[in-house]
Write a protein that binds this ligand. Structure first.
Ligand SMILES: Nc1ncnc2c1ncn2[C@@H]1O[C@H](COP(=O)(O)OP(=O)(O)O)[C@@H](O)[C@H]1O
Ligand SMILES: [Mg+2]
Length: 311
Protein backbone atom coordinates (compact mmCIF):
# COMPACT_ATOMS: atom_id res chain seq x y z
CA UNK A 1 0.00 0.00 0.00
CA UNK A 2 2.67 2.44 1.07
CA UNK A 3 4.91 1.48 -1.82
CA UNK A 4 2.18 1.92 -4.41
CA UNK A 5 1.22 5.31 -3.08
CA UNK A 6 4.83 6.44 -2.86
CA UNK A 7 5.55 5.34 -6.41
CA UNK A 8 2.58 7.19 -7.82
CA UNK A 9 3.60 10.35 -5.94
CA UNK A 10 7.12 10.06 -7.27
CA UNK A 11 5.94 9.61 -10.84
CA UNK A 12 3.35 12.35 -10.61
CA UNK A 13 5.43 15.15 -9.14
CA UNK A 14 8.30 16.68 -11.02
CA UNK A 15 10.01 17.75 -7.79
CA UNK A 16 8.65 15.75 -4.87
CA UNK A 17 11.42 16.96 -2.53
CA UNK A 18 10.58 20.62 -2.21
CA UNK A 19 12.36 21.06 1.12
CA UNK A 20 15.68 20.76 -0.68
CA UNK A 21 16.95 23.50 -2.98
CA UNK A 22 19.01 22.34 -5.95
CA UNK A 23 20.57 18.84 -5.79
CA UNK A 24 18.66 17.76 -8.87
CA UNK A 25 20.90 14.80 -9.60
CA UNK A 26 20.54 13.55 -6.04
CA UNK A 27 16.77 13.94 -6.22
CA UNK A 28 16.71 11.97 -9.47
CA UNK A 29 18.74 9.15 -7.91
CA UNK A 30 16.51 9.12 -4.86
CA UNK A 31 13.39 8.91 -6.97
CA UNK A 32 14.83 6.04 -8.96
CA UNK A 33 15.93 4.12 -5.85
CA UNK A 34 12.53 4.57 -4.20
CA UNK A 35 10.60 3.57 -7.31
CA UNK A 36 12.68 0.40 -7.44
CA UNK A 37 12.00 -0.17 -3.70
CA UNK A 38 15.68 -0.31 -2.86
CA UNK A 39 17.20 0.12 0.59
CA UNK A 40 19.35 3.20 0.38
CA UNK A 41 21.96 5.29 2.15
CA UNK A 42 22.47 8.98 1.46
CA UNK A 43 26.15 9.72 2.01
CA UNK A 44 27.77 13.13 2.34
CA UNK A 45 29.48 15.69 4.56
CA UNK A 46 27.60 17.16 7.54
CA UNK A 47 25.14 20.01 6.96
CA UNK A 48 24.29 19.51 3.30
CA UNK A 49 20.66 18.51 3.76
CA UNK A 50 20.77 14.70 4.03
CA UNK A 51 18.40 14.50 6.98
CA UNK A 52 16.09 17.12 5.49
CA UNK A 53 15.93 15.20 2.22
CA UNK A 54 15.20 11.86 3.87
CA UNK A 55 12.49 13.41 6.04
CA UNK A 56 10.96 14.90 2.92
CA UNK A 57 10.06 11.37 1.81
CA UNK A 58 7.65 11.23 4.74
CA UNK A 59 5.45 13.92 3.16
CA UNK A 60 4.93 11.69 0.11
CA UNK A 61 3.48 8.85 2.11
CA UNK A 62 -0.17 8.33 3.01
CA UNK A 63 -1.05 10.16 6.24
CA UNK A 64 -1.58 6.99 8.27
CA UNK A 65 1.60 5.21 7.25
CA UNK A 66 4.44 4.91 9.68
CA UNK A 67 7.70 6.79 9.45
CA UNK A 68 10.06 5.73 12.18
CA UNK A 69 13.25 7.63 12.84
CA UNK A 70 16.23 6.10 14.57
CA UNK A 71 19.15 8.31 15.50
CA UNK A 72 22.40 6.39 15.15
CA UNK A 73 24.75 6.86 18.10
CA UNK A 74 27.43 4.84 19.87
CA UNK A 75 25.14 4.13 22.82
CA UNK A 76 22.20 2.85 20.81
CA UNK A 77 21.53 -0.73 21.88
CA UNK A 78 20.22 -3.80 20.11
CA UNK A 79 17.31 -3.73 22.57
CA UNK A 80 16.40 -0.15 21.53
CA UNK A 81 16.26 -1.32 17.96
CA UNK A 82 14.76 -4.79 18.20
CA UNK A 83 13.09 -4.88 21.59
CA UNK A 84 13.42 -6.98 24.70
CA UNK A 85 11.60 -9.43 26.94
CA UNK A 86 9.22 -7.87 29.45
CA UNK A 87 9.85 -9.80 32.71
CA UNK A 88 6.30 -9.40 34.02
CA UNK A 89 4.76 -10.59 30.78
CA UNK A 90 7.32 -13.40 30.67
CA UNK A 91 6.05 -14.65 34.03
CA UNK A 92 2.49 -14.46 32.82
CA UNK A 93 2.83 -15.86 29.29
CA UNK A 94 6.02 -17.88 29.60
CA UNK A 95 9.51 -16.66 28.76
CA UNK A 96 9.51 -18.02 25.23
CA UNK A 97 6.14 -16.64 24.27
CA UNK A 98 5.71 -13.94 21.69
CA UNK A 99 3.49 -11.99 24.09
CA UNK A 100 6.44 -11.53 26.46
CA UNK A 101 8.35 -9.69 23.78
CA UNK A 102 8.33 -5.94 23.85
CA UNK A 103 8.99 -4.91 20.23
CA UNK A 104 11.59 -2.21 19.56
CA UNK A 105 11.43 0.72 17.17
CA UNK A 106 12.26 -1.20 14.03
CA UNK A 107 8.99 -3.11 14.07
CA UNK A 108 6.92 0.04 14.35
CA UNK A 109 8.06 0.84 10.81
CA UNK A 110 6.28 -2.19 9.36
CA UNK A 111 4.61 -1.24 6.04
CA UNK A 112 6.14 2.23 6.22
CA UNK A 113 9.56 3.82 6.21
CA UNK A 114 12.43 3.23 8.56
CA UNK A 115 14.67 6.27 8.55
CA UNK A 116 18.04 5.54 10.14
CA UNK A 117 19.91 8.79 10.57
CA UNK A 118 23.71 8.56 10.85
CA UNK A 119 23.81 4.81 10.41
CA UNK A 120 27.59 4.50 10.77
CA UNK A 121 27.62 6.09 14.22
CA UNK A 122 26.02 3.01 15.77
CA UNK A 123 28.02 0.06 17.11
CA UNK A 124 28.92 -2.87 14.91
CA UNK A 125 26.80 -5.22 17.00
CA UNK A 126 23.75 -3.23 16.04
CA UNK A 127 24.65 -3.36 12.38
CA UNK A 128 24.61 -7.14 12.59
CA UNK A 129 21.14 -7.30 14.07
CA UNK A 130 19.97 -4.87 11.42
CA UNK A 131 21.40 -7.13 8.76
CA UNK A 132 19.37 -10.03 10.04
CA UNK A 133 16.18 -8.01 9.94
CA UNK A 134 16.86 -6.85 6.39
CA UNK A 135 17.72 -10.35 5.32
CA UNK A 136 15.08 -12.42 7.04
CA UNK A 137 12.45 -9.84 7.97
CA UNK A 138 12.57 -11.17 11.52
CA UNK A 139 14.76 -10.87 14.57
CA UNK A 140 16.46 -13.05 17.16
CA UNK A 141 16.72 -11.71 20.69
CA UNK A 142 19.29 -13.66 22.68
CA UNK A 143 18.08 -17.23 22.62
CA UNK A 144 14.56 -16.29 21.53
CA UNK A 145 13.38 -16.48 17.98
CA UNK A 146 10.91 -13.72 17.58
CA UNK A 147 9.12 -13.78 14.31
CA UNK A 148 7.74 -10.31 13.75
CA UNK A 149 7.07 -8.68 10.38
CA UNK A 150 9.53 -5.96 9.53
CA UNK A 151 8.72 -4.89 5.99
CA UNK A 152 9.72 -1.35 5.31
CA UNK A 153 11.46 1.06 3.01
CA UNK A 154 14.85 1.63 4.55
CA UNK A 155 16.45 5.04 4.16
CA UNK A 156 19.67 5.81 5.98
CA UNK A 157 22.08 8.72 6.03
CA UNK A 158 25.71 8.81 6.98
CA UNK A 159 28.78 10.99 6.91
CA UNK A 160 31.81 9.67 5.08
CA UNK A 161 33.88 7.45 7.32
CA UNK A 162 36.14 9.14 9.83
CA UNK A 163 37.59 8.31 13.23
CA UNK A 164 34.25 8.77 15.02
CA UNK A 165 32.31 6.38 12.80
CA UNK A 166 32.11 2.61 12.46
CA UNK A 167 32.98 1.00 9.19
CA UNK A 168 29.97 -0.67 7.63
CA UNK A 169 30.57 -4.30 6.79
CA UNK A 170 30.54 -5.40 3.16
CA UNK A 171 27.62 -7.74 3.78
CA UNK A 172 25.57 -4.84 5.11
CA UNK A 173 26.63 -2.46 2.33
CA UNK A 174 25.67 -5.07 -0.23
CA UNK A 175 22.05 -4.64 0.87
CA UNK A 176 22.00 -0.95 -0.09
CA UNK A 177 22.26 1.46 -2.95
CA UNK A 178 24.28 4.54 -2.10
CA UNK A 179 23.45 8.08 -3.14
CA UNK A 180 26.26 10.59 -2.79
CA UNK A 181 25.37 14.16 -1.94
CA UNK A 182 27.73 17.12 -2.20
CA UNK A 183 27.80 20.80 -1.23
CA UNK A 184 25.35 23.13 -3.02
CA UNK A 185 26.24 23.10 -6.71
CA UNK A 186 26.78 26.83 -7.14
CA UNK A 187 26.85 30.05 -5.14
CA UNK A 188 23.39 31.19 -6.27
CA UNK A 189 21.82 28.00 -4.93
CA UNK A 190 23.70 28.32 -1.67
CA UNK A 191 22.56 31.94 -1.28
CA UNK A 192 18.99 30.80 -1.86
CA UNK A 193 19.38 28.13 0.83
CA UNK A 194 20.82 30.72 3.20
CA UNK A 195 18.04 33.24 2.66
CA UNK A 196 15.18 30.75 2.77
CA UNK A 197 16.35 28.41 5.54
CA UNK A 198 18.05 30.74 8.01
CA UNK A 199 16.39 32.67 10.80
CA UNK A 200 15.87 36.22 9.61
CA UNK A 201 15.81 39.34 11.74
CA UNK A 202 13.19 41.48 10.05
CA UNK A 203 14.51 44.80 11.32
CA UNK A 204 17.89 44.24 9.68
CA UNK A 205 18.61 44.04 5.96
CA UNK A 206 21.41 42.09 4.38
CA UNK A 207 22.71 43.61 1.20
CA UNK A 208 22.90 41.17 -1.73
CA UNK A 209 26.60 41.89 -2.18
CA UNK A 210 27.40 41.17 1.44
CA UNK A 211 25.43 37.93 1.22
CA UNK A 212 27.49 37.07 -1.84
CA UNK A 213 30.70 37.86 0.05
CA UNK A 214 29.96 35.65 3.04
CA UNK A 215 28.77 32.74 0.91
CA UNK A 216 31.71 33.17 -1.44
CA UNK A 217 34.11 33.06 1.52
CA UNK A 218 32.65 29.82 2.86
CA UNK A 219 32.81 28.26 -0.61
CA UNK A 220 36.39 29.43 -1.05
CA UNK A 221 37.40 27.78 2.24
CA UNK A 222 35.80 24.54 1.01
CA UNK A 223 38.14 24.57 -1.94
CA UNK A 224 41.23 25.31 0.15
CA UNK A 225 43.88 22.58 -0.08
CA UNK A 226 44.91 23.49 3.48
CA UNK A 227 41.73 22.18 5.10
CA UNK A 228 40.90 18.62 6.09
CA UNK A 229 37.52 19.60 7.54
CA UNK A 230 35.46 21.97 5.43
CA UNK A 231 32.73 24.41 6.46
CA UNK A 232 29.16 23.22 5.82
CA UNK A 233 26.03 25.01 4.64
CA UNK A 234 25.32 25.59 8.32
CA UNK A 235 28.43 27.80 8.30
CA UNK A 236 27.00 30.04 5.55
CA UNK A 237 23.70 30.17 7.42
CA UNK A 238 25.53 30.97 10.64
CA UNK A 239 27.36 33.93 9.12
CA UNK A 240 24.08 35.28 7.80
CA UNK A 241 22.29 34.95 11.13
CA UNK A 242 25.12 36.22 13.31
CA UNK A 243 25.93 39.28 11.18
CA UNK A 244 22.29 40.31 11.35
CA UNK A 245 22.35 39.91 15.12
CA UNK A 246 25.55 41.97 15.34
CA UNK A 247 23.92 44.77 13.35
CA UNK A 248 20.82 44.65 15.53
CA UNK A 249 22.94 44.96 18.67
CA UNK A 250 24.28 48.22 17.28
CA UNK A 251 20.78 49.41 16.36
CA UNK A 252 21.57 49.36 12.68
CA UNK A 253 19.06 48.65 9.94
CA UNK A 254 21.63 47.22 7.55
CA UNK A 255 24.41 44.70 8.02
CA UNK A 256 27.87 45.98 7.15
CA UNK A 257 31.28 44.43 6.76
CA UNK A 258 32.17 44.96 10.44
CA UNK A 259 29.14 42.92 11.52
CA UNK A 260 30.25 40.10 9.26
CA UNK A 261 33.84 40.29 10.48
CA UNK A 262 32.69 40.03 14.09
CA UNK A 263 30.75 36.85 13.26
CA UNK A 264 33.45 35.03 11.34
CA UNK A 265 35.57 33.39 14.04
CA UNK A 266 32.72 32.27 16.22
CA UNK A 267 30.91 30.73 13.26
CA UNK A 268 33.83 29.28 11.34
CA UNK A 269 36.78 28.42 13.60
CA UNK A 270 35.41 25.12 14.95
CA UNK A 271 33.81 24.17 11.65
CA UNK A 272 37.11 23.82 9.85
CA UNK A 273 40.27 21.87 10.60
CA UNK A 274 43.66 22.64 9.14
CA UNK A 275 45.74 19.84 7.71
CA UNK A 276 48.52 18.82 10.13
CA UNK A 277 51.20 20.33 7.87
CA UNK A 278 49.46 23.73 8.06
CA UNK A 279 48.43 23.46 11.70
CA UNK A 280 52.09 23.32 12.57
CA UNK A 281 52.62 26.77 11.03
CA UNK A 282 49.55 28.72 12.10
CA UNK A 283 46.44 28.58 14.24
CA UNK A 284 42.94 28.24 12.84
CA UNK A 285 42.18 31.80 13.92
CA UNK A 286 45.21 33.16 12.08
CA UNK A 287 44.32 31.12 9.03
CA UNK A 288 40.73 32.37 8.84
CA UNK A 289 41.70 35.99 9.49
CA UNK A 290 44.39 35.89 6.78
CA UNK A 291 42.10 34.19 4.27
CA UNK A 292 39.36 36.72 4.86
CA UNK A 293 41.78 39.64 4.47
CA UNK A 294 42.97 38.10 1.20
CA UNK A 295 39.41 37.84 -0.04
CA UNK A 296 38.80 41.47 0.82
CA UNK A 297 41.87 42.47 -1.14
CA UNK A 298 40.74 40.49 -4.15
CA UNK A 299 38.86 42.07 -7.02
CA UNK A 300 35.72 40.12 -6.22
CA UNK A 301 35.30 41.87 -2.89
CA UNK A 302 36.57 45.36 -3.61
CA UNK A 303 33.22 46.68 -4.66
CA UNK A 304 31.38 45.17 -1.70
CA UNK A 305 33.86 46.78 0.65
CA UNK A 306 33.32 50.13 -1.04
CA UNK A 307 29.54 50.02 -0.76
CA UNK A 308 29.29 48.77 2.80
CA UNK A 309 32.22 50.57 4.45
CA UNK A 310 30.98 54.03 3.56
CA UNK A 311 33.32 56.66 2.10
N1 LIG B 1 20.17 21.96 -0.62
C1 LIG B 1 19.54 22.40 0.48
N2 LIG B 1 18.26 22.83 0.42
C2 LIG B 1 17.63 23.26 1.53
N3 LIG B 1 18.17 23.33 2.74
C3 LIG B 1 19.44 22.94 2.86
C4 LIG B 1 20.20 22.44 1.76
N4 LIG B 1 21.43 22.13 2.20
C5 LIG B 1 21.45 22.41 3.50
N5 LIG B 1 20.26 22.90 3.91
C6 LIG B 1 19.93 23.37 5.27
O1 LIG B 1 21.06 23.11 6.07
C7 LIG B 1 20.69 22.63 7.36
C8 LIG B 1 21.30 21.29 7.63
O2 LIG B 1 20.59 20.28 6.93
P1 LIG B 1 20.54 18.76 7.40
O3 LIG B 1 19.50 18.08 6.59
O4 LIG B 1 20.41 18.68 8.86
O5 LIG B 1 21.99 18.29 6.96
P2 LIG B 1 22.75 16.90 7.20
O6 LIG B 1 21.76 15.89 7.62
O7 LIG B 1 23.39 16.61 5.88
O8 LIG B 1 23.78 17.20 8.26
C9 LIG B 1 19.16 22.63 7.38
O9 LIG B 1 18.73 23.82 7.98
C10 LIG B 1 18.77 22.60 5.91
O10 LIG B 1 17.57 23.25 5.70
MG1 LIG C 1 21.82 14.80 9.44
Amino acid sequence: MTYTQLKSQLLKKEDPFTEIIGQNKVKQQLKSALIASRNLIIVGAPGIGKTTLAKNVHNLLPKDSSFVRIQGSPDLTVEDLLGDIDPIKALKFGPLSKEAFNPGKIFKANNGVLFFDELNRCPEKLQNSLLQVLQEKKATIGSYDVDIDANFIFIATMNPEDSSTEKLSDVLLDRFDIIYMGYPEDIELEKEIVTTKSTKIDAVKVDEKLLTLMTYFVRLLRESPDLEKKPSVRASMGLYERSQANALLKNKKQVDLEDLKEAILSVLAHRIRLKPSVRYLKSTTEFITEEFENVLKSNAAREIKKTSDGP
